[in-house]
Write a protein that binds this ligand. Structure first.
Ligand code: TXA
Ligand code: MG
Length: 427
């Protein structure tokens, strides 16, 4: 029962209206320009896009002009989440990313390229990629995989790497992202296009709502396919093993399969190690080189409670039934008002069915798709946080998912967003 008491004290503290923060100056009139991703093609063997829609071409040219000539930030879609881009090789341009997002300066940025030729222009001269990187880039680029490379200090400004000896690089597969980089003919630094600490945006309207007045242009390429950020991989260690610093759009299982396919027995011997699951790295944890290690991330402005339905709770925790839990949730809040509770759970979840049957709070459900399809849950997670927040939920309840395939990245984000964890009785 002490656990419940602690939980409610926390929830009530969070539900209390927060202190008013003075509004930021809004120097921009934010324009949202639609782009038709199906009007963009990269012909086989070419790094240059062919664009068959005049309005899309004009939007991309406008974006490129702002980036290259005005050194401004532009928000654009990628297959993972929307990015806030600026010229990566210009320290002044890149510094605007930090001021626009309110991002701490010691959190390094990912550099986005549109071609292998552009990648090689960024790497130290004569640099030879490890065999594992050849396999991973061949299999997953363009796509949601970020790789660490040695950083050439003469090329990459230190504001990008936060002074680290490595630089994170990825080649996005979203046609709008890739075309924009190709037309600007310059690598773009791009974190997710949200105020620091908030969930990453997966639709243009998420960016517009969050960064309205702070960014001049948002290219609208529709909802992001993957819905979670790229997988960040460090394969530069002498032992040759692949270290996953942040699970993301490319699953650990897919990386393992690609290495075995590409390297045979040698691939079998290589390990794919997930930070905090398979290894710890004190040096990395002291420096905020990977998301969530130092700073709060992915958090909506309303509290998130994670419902844990599997595993063994800590010795001092007594699991509760979902019915008891919801009843006490309502009875501990303002009796004149029903709580509005956002629910993120698989569409076929028995726990969700039981929760939704409890007609003592108002539920707003944002189903995460079938439990067997974690890629759909990934696509809907951040959208769910942001939609439930916008729809006026008082709090969000999320059911844990199995940490397999995309489930690993989903739970990584959910744990960083959650304020409270509640163990519920299985059955
Ligand atoms: O999918 C994505 O990766 C999206 C889209 C826009 O491409 N971008 C994104 O960027 O998620 P951001 O800044 O939100 O997350 C990138 C993370 C940083 O938090 C940082 O910790 C890690 O990548 N990172 C960047 N450079 C690094 C480095 N040199 N060593 C280790 N981690 C690094
Ligand atoms: Mg981010």
């Amino acid at each position: 029962m002490t656990v419940l008491k602690v939980f409610f004290t926390k929830i009530l503290r969070i539900l209390r209206p927060s202190r008013e923060v003075p509004a930021m100056a809004h120097p921009f009139n934010t324009i949202v320009s639609p782009c038709d991703l199906f009007a963009i093609a990269f012909p086989e063997g070419s790094d240059q896009p062919e664009i068959s829609s005049e309005s899309t071409l004009n939007a991309l040219k406008d974006a490129s002009h702002r980036l290259v000539k005005e050194l401004a930030c532009v928000a654009f879609p990628t297959e993972t989440v929307y990015g806030l881009g600026a010229l990566a090789l210009d320290a002044d341009a890149a510094s605007r990313i930090f001021s626009t997002k309110g991002r701490p300066a010691d959190n390094p940025l990912i550099v986005h390229v549109s071609s292998f030729a552009m990648l090689h222009r960024l790497l130290p001269s004569g640099y030879v990629m490890p065999k594992t990187y050849e396999i991973l880039t061949q299999r997953f680029w363009p796509g949601p995989l970020t790789l660490l490379f040695p950083s050439d200090r003469a090329v990459i400004p230190s504001i990008i790497t936060a002074g680290q000896p490595t630089v994170a690089i990825r080649m996005p597969s979203h046609p709008v992202a890739r075309a924009l980089i190709a037309i600007a003919d310059a690598p773009l630094a791009a974190p997710s296009a949200n105020s620091s600490g908030k969930p990453s945006p997966t639709r243009a309207e998420h960016v517009q709502r969050d960064l309205n007045g702070k960014v001049g242009l948002v290219l609208d390429g529709g909802p992001c396919d993957v819905g979670l950020e790229s997988t960040v991989v460090d394969g530069l260690h002498d032992d040759g093993h692949i270290r996953v610093l942040r699970p993301g759009g490319v699953t650990v299982e897919a990386i393992e399969r690609a290495l075995v396919d590409g390297l045979g027995d040698e691939g079998q011997a290589l390990k794919v190690l997930v930070h905090k699951r398979d290894y710890r790295d004190d040096a990395v944890e002291q420096a905020p080189t990977t998301p969530g290690m130092k700073y709060r991330h992915y958090s909506p402005s309303i509290p998130v409670t994670l419902l844990v339905t599997s595993g063994t709770p800590p010795p001092d925790v007594i699991p509760v039934s979902v019915e008891d839990w919801v009843s006490s949730l309502q009875s501990h809040s303002d009796p004149s008002q029903r709580l509005k509770v956002g629910l993120l759970a698989p569409s076929d979840s028995p726990v969700a069915r039981r929760l939704l049957a409890m007609d003592i709070v108002d539920w707003i459900s944002h189903p995460l798709g079938p439990v067997t399809e974690p890629s759909i849950s990934a696509q809907r997670l951040f959208d769910g946080f942001l939609t439930l927040e916008r729809e006026g939920a008082d709090l969000i309840v999320m059911e844990e998912l199995e940490e397999k395939n995309e489930g690993l990245a989903i739970m990584n984000r959910a744990r960083k967003a959650d304020n409270t964890t509640v163990w519920v009785v299985h059955a």
